[in-house]
Design a protein around this ligand. Structure first.
Ligand SMILES: [Zn+2]
Length: 248
């Protein structure tokens, strides 16, 4: 849910166009003797992971072979991790990159769905996020919610789906840090305060929620589809864990 900055050599196509799934690029760096070190591209649409959203999967096609990409490694660059045993393209190789559309599109819907959940819980119950985890199609979020109102689970599910059906626009923009922090309630997570960067990338669900965020999102809430709150659990005296999944 938090913002993710990077200063790698890789041009992040995913930040410019979240619908891009295929592109041409060149390998800037790899170590064929150590495939696990990863592959650095000059241009990449692979979401590297961060802010709670897992990395993309996909494939690099080059010279008649394919390299499956199964994750990323953090470092000075954006290192794409090949599937064990797959060939690794050497530096200078022209490759065609492709992101696994089903995984990424489901993660976009899931991530946007979590922002609807966070916005709704804050608006209706005044609770902040204390943690969370996201997989394609399902997630859990922890909230600081000492008192659990009667009928919480159903009323939250109903409110969530009402906001989704309202088809609220989801807008991504970058603002100077001071301007961003002046927005009321910009920080919805209790423990995560954005680091000292000059600019902040904001994801706004118009009329419901604004968060500093580095992830990929759908363009309006109706694209999330229906959600179901599958479970509400106690995690200590202060916290409640809400489990949610996409049902369409
Ligand atoms: Zn987020």
């Amino acid at each position: 849910m938090s913002i993710e900055h990077d200063h790698t050599r890789t041009h992040r196509l995913d930040l410019e166009d979240v619908t891009l799934r295929e592109w041409d690029c060149t390998v800037l760096w790899s170590d064929p003797t150590d495939p696990e070190a990863g592959i650095v591209l000059d241009r990449s649409a692979f979401y590297p992971g961060g802010g709670g959203q897992p990395p993309d999967h996909g494939v690099l096609l080059w010279q008649g072979v394919q390299t499956r990409i199964v994750g990323t490694r953090k470092g000075d660059d954006l290192f794409l991790l090949p599937a064990p045993g797959d060939p690794v393209p050497p530096a200078g190789t022209a490759v065609r990159g492709a992101v696994d559309d089903e995984r990424r599109s489901t993660l976009m819907r899931t991530h946007s769905g979590l922002h609807v959940l966070v916005g709704t819980v804050f608006r209706d119950f005044g609770a902040l996020v204390t943690g969370g985890n996201m997989e394609p199609g399902e997630a859990r979020m922890d909230f600081n919610l000492p008192e659990l109102p009667a009928g919480f689970k159903q009323s939250l599910e109903d409110a969530d789906n009402a906001e989704i059906e309202a088809d609220r626009k989801i807008v991504v923009r970058t603002l100077p840090r001071e301007e961003a922090l002046a927005i009321p309630d910009i920080i919805r997570t209790q423990s995560v305060v954005p680091p000292e960067y000059a600019e902040m990338r904001l994801v706004e669900i118009v009329g419901l929620d604004v968060q500093a965020d580095g992830g990929t999102h759908v363009f309006s809430t109706s694209q999330i589809g229906r959600v179901q709150i599958t479970k509400v659990e106690s995690k200590g005296r202060q916290n409640r864990r809400v489990r949610v999944k996409l049902t369409s």
